[in-house]
Design a protein around this ligand. Structure first.
Ligand code: ADP
Ligand code: MG
Length: 454
């Protein structure tokens, strides 16, 4: 259909104020969330089976930057799977070669052996293509970014899957054994020496270059964070004395507020949750990360279309399909500074196949993207603020290494987080340095493997 259509009698500013009521977070709300967050972290450090799992990573030393050696790393945890070869050269210098593989959807939800055979096969391809010397066994750090109950540096049982994965016959099994068995089936001489969460990897790889790094955050397909905790603040730790007196904790913060006590959960979040593979779980993650933001925007659009407020009530198969509104489109729309929002029109008309997109429609969609992304950034800042508060570092400051496409590529995400930190900490927010920590999940696994070697 082309041509004009008549809008329902509802003016643009009324639409905006309705959306703002649903999505805007006041400074007071940020403070409330932050306070509950700190309490939940404390609970998780005392007991297992809390909302925040607060998992001891068995990483108890931070790097000096002098570690050296060649390692393999696997990075599995979301959209892409990577095999890397990492050369730690000392003096905080690193060389990295990596190859991306796409995990077939069929391997994400089949028997675990299908997934782990795929991983082993990818390593075999990498070793061949990059001519890796495996005459002496090579050590590998495995970044596995799903909730794992770690029982040693190279041992951990799978607790649950998220981010669209759900492999049969894996819950309660040791993920290092599953990978090692698959490597043996392929006759590869590779030792899995460390099991690493990507948040811990991000922290460790950034600490290799900046010793002030105390927090690692992921803002990608999912969201999570790890930080340096002092040994005496982990009452549930039964693993004996810790020489360094500190332990990196993987918070698994994506599950924050699964009880829905404090987060600004709305009807769109509710719909998103109901259609997800893990309803009732990962509440915080579903409001923040790349796997979900575009979908929230789509659900808001759908609502406005049904109410004939948007696109004259005309939808499309694409707009009606969950997952079709990618978070990357939001980035594109927010980057569109043309007077007529031409690129926004392109996304809506060419990709999402909406028949006619008036300038007013483009402005409304852009505002929806903005509101959803601002809420995400402010919520992410609450998590960072809670961790920094928990570490008692609001005064002394620290570096927070952040990895993931949402943080790296979403326009203004970083500034929106900083604004929220400023609302929470005032001038002390300047003590918290947010830094992009790239390739953390690969390099971090190598750094941890190197520390394990010592
Ligand atoms: P992973 O978390 O799987 O390691 P990434 O950090 O690359 O991988 O995050 C992938 C997620 O980031 C996807 O869910 C995707 O929606 C989102 N994403 C990819 N590109 C962009 C972009 N340009 N802007 C915002 N989000 C993006
Ligand atoms: Mg990643």
């Amino acid at each position: 259909m082309t041509g004009k259509y008549t809008y329902r009698e509802i003016d643009e500013s009324t639409v905006y104020s309705e959306l703002e009521d649903v999505f805007i977070l006041s400074p007071q709300r940020l403070r409330d969330i932050c306070k509950v967050f700190v309490k939940e972290m404390e609970k998780g450090l005392e007991n297992d089976d809390c909302t925040l799992k607060m998992i001891p990573s068995f990483v108890t030393n931070r790097p000096t930057g002098k570690e050296v050696g060649t390692y393999l790393a696997l990075d599995l945890g979301g959209t892409n799977f990577r095999v890397c070869e990492i050369n730690l050269e000392g003096q905080s210098k690193v060389r990295l070669r990596a190859k991306k593989f796409t995990i077939p959807d069929s391997a994400k939800t089949a028997d675990q052996s299908v997934l782990f055979d795929f991983l082993a096969e990818s390593i075999a391809i990498f070793i061949k293509e990059y001519n890796i010397n495996t005459e002496k066994d090579i050590n590998l750090g495995f970044t596995f970014s799903f909730p794992v109950q770690q029982t040693a540096l190279n041992k951990g049982t799978i607790l649950l899957w998220n981010k669209g994965f759900n492999c049969a016959n894996s819950i309660g099994k040791d993920v290092v054994t599953l990978l090692s068995e698959a490597l043996t089936r392929k006759q590869l001489k590779v030792n899995v020496v460390a099991l690493v969460n990507d948040t811990v990897g991000t922290l460790m790889s950034h600490a290799y270059v900046d010793p002030g790094t105390c927090v690692g955050v992921i803002l990608g397909t999912g969201t999570n964070a790890a930080y340096v905790e002092s040994a005496e603040a982990i009452p549930k730790w039964k693993g004996g004395p810790i020489k360094s007196n500190e332990m990196i904790i993987n918070s698994e913060w994506g599950a924050f507020d699964n009880e829905r006590k404090v987060l600004p959960w709305n009807k769109y979040d509710q719909q998103q949750d109901e259609q997800s593979t893990n309803p009732g779980k990962q509440t915080y993650e579903k409001m923040i990360s790349g796997m979900y933001l575009g979908e929230i925007v789509r659900l808001v659009c759908k609502d406005l279309i049904e109410r004939k407020i948007l696109f004259g009530g005309m939808s499309s198969t694409e707009m009606d399909t969950p997952g079709k509104f990618e978070t990357a489109y939001m980035s594109r729309i927010e980057r569109d500074h043309t007077a007529e929002l031409t690129d926004t029109k392109m996304v809506l008309q060419e990709i999402l196949k909406i028949p006619y997109v008036a300038p007013r429609d483009r402005r409304i969609v852009r505002r929806i993207c903005e509101l959803v992304a601002i809420r995400a950034a402010r919520l992410a800042a609450c998590g960072v603020a809670a961790v920094v508060t928990k570490m008692n570092r609001v005064d002394t400051g620290c570096t927070v290494a952040i990895d993931g496409s949402v943080y790296e590529h979403y326009p203004h995400f970083d500034n929106r987080m900083r604004d929220a930190l400023h609302e929470l900490f005032g001038m002390f927010s300047e003590n918290v340095s947010l830094q992009l920590g790239k390739d953390g999940s690969g390099i971090g696994a190598a750094v941890i493997a190197a520390l394990a070697d010592k």
